[in-house]
Write a protein that binds this ligand. Sequence first.
Ligand SMILES: *Cc1c(COP(=O)(O)O)cnc(C)c1O
Length: 341
Amino acid sequence: MTFTLPPLDFRSDTVTRPDETMRAAMASAEVGDNVLERDPTVQALEERAAHVLGMPAALWVPSGTMANLVALSLHLQRGDRFLATRGAHVLSNELGSAAWLAGGMPDVLEHDGGPGRPSPDTLAAAIGQPGPYFTLRTSLLCLENTHNAAGGAVTPPDEHAQLLSVAKEAGLTVHLDGARLWQAAVALEVPPAALTVGVDTVSACFSKGLGAPVGSVVAGSVAFVERARRMRQMLGGGVRQGGVLAAACLVALDRIPELADSHENAQRLAEGLTEYGWATNVPDTNIVLAQVPDIPTALAWLDSLGIRAVPMAGKVRFVTHRDLSATDVEEALRRIKTGAR
Ligand SMILES: *Cc1c(COP(=O)(O)O)cnc(C)c1O
């Protein structure tokens, strides 16, 4: 019988599991029926998340996908065009719900401002000029920070401000997909609220690299969150004793500074891969994208070495997270260098 170690799992930072501290917080959470009234722990989380994100109010939802769908459903009317960056989660990873449920007509912005973002000129050109009643109306801009398919790329506050100013000048609503906004804030050494300036709504995840099993928020004005609560109910996202889950999200919020470790590990992984002849991005945060001649071959080879990764945007994606240590990264690099487990 051969003994095999569990694989080193670089597929996503969503594979992180709640540890003892988080499970203890979940076990002792004060709860209520969050549909009939407000569950006290969900309410505490929503208030704290709104504050951290610099928004007036926030709503807990089970997933980042639902957070985006709630926001887009409220922002878009059938026949509206919305703009999102190439490879954005709302375009590539939500099975078209922005179109078939929220009713928007997507259009793609290229990343000519830097990884994960258009230039202000490209944005202005895409918005175009208002036309007569029979022309498409561009009503919404979706930004993503960090940008997943661009390799966890960070949009800095000054560039964010320029894009916001173009969008707002043209009367667009702006939604920020901030599933990994925490990672961007840690990389830039700014508070998360510094990255939401001017947006109408923002979504953020607690289940990406922070160890929470479930949970995201969508934040915006008080009036938006009131409507969002109805939309969440419509989508089947009314969770009863949600405090058990919100307790985990509160612990996750305490752990934001610890994301710096996974950013360092991603740097090391990219350096090591580059040394062994792989072409990778220089990661801003915790995502390394590697260009390979053939993705299935590369993934199968990595798998044979007990290293798990996924395809993303025509590359192989490695994500570092709190359940992979610096030693695990060195071990992965050793296996890649030697081609042996
Ligand atoms: C993961 C992710 C989401 C959605 O998250 P789920 O909780 O898995 O639904 C949204 N946007 C981006 C950029 C993401 O990476």
